[in-house]
Design a protein around this ligand. Sequence first.
Ligand SMILES: [Fe+2]
Length: 188
Amino acid sequence: MNSATTEHRTTDGKTPTSVMLLRNPLDFIAEDHLRLRTMCGELDRLVEATGIEDGAITVMIENLNKELPLLLADEDHDLIPKVLSRAEPEDELPKLIERLEQEHAVISAHLKTATTGLAALVPATDMSDQLREAMRNLASATRRHLTLENAVLLPLARARLTKEDLHELRSATLRRRGLADLFSPQSP
Ligand SMILES: [Fe+2]
């Protein structure tokens, strides 16, 4: 792993979110959301760009194929179930969770269309209207979703999750990235 991955905080949309933020996994997810918002801006820029930017598109495909699915999995398999398990009746969580899960499904569908289209782009050809629409849809659906999660899900998680929950969330997030030993005492 390089130093950019482990030490530096960045939301340039190109460098993976620092896993060192996983000392508090909610900080990591919040930073990942910021990074995703930057990626949405880059998607919009690529849609409007004149000509195909091979380098930028390669970086975008890489990020869309790896980072976004990892974040969706963190939330679907660990964060959301944990928040749900700690919910109080006044949280009205089942409705919120249903909406978040529907939004994840919509984002995943746009993601598939956009990455397939981007991967099939041939240099010196133009983007199809269908691909441009998929990229715009992915960016706008993701932005709406992030707004809701940042306003409701993350504050609830910060209020309700226990130390033990956060420990389990951190372990699962690290395991998903092949970094299970990052914070172990033996780790350099
Ligand atoms: Fe999400």
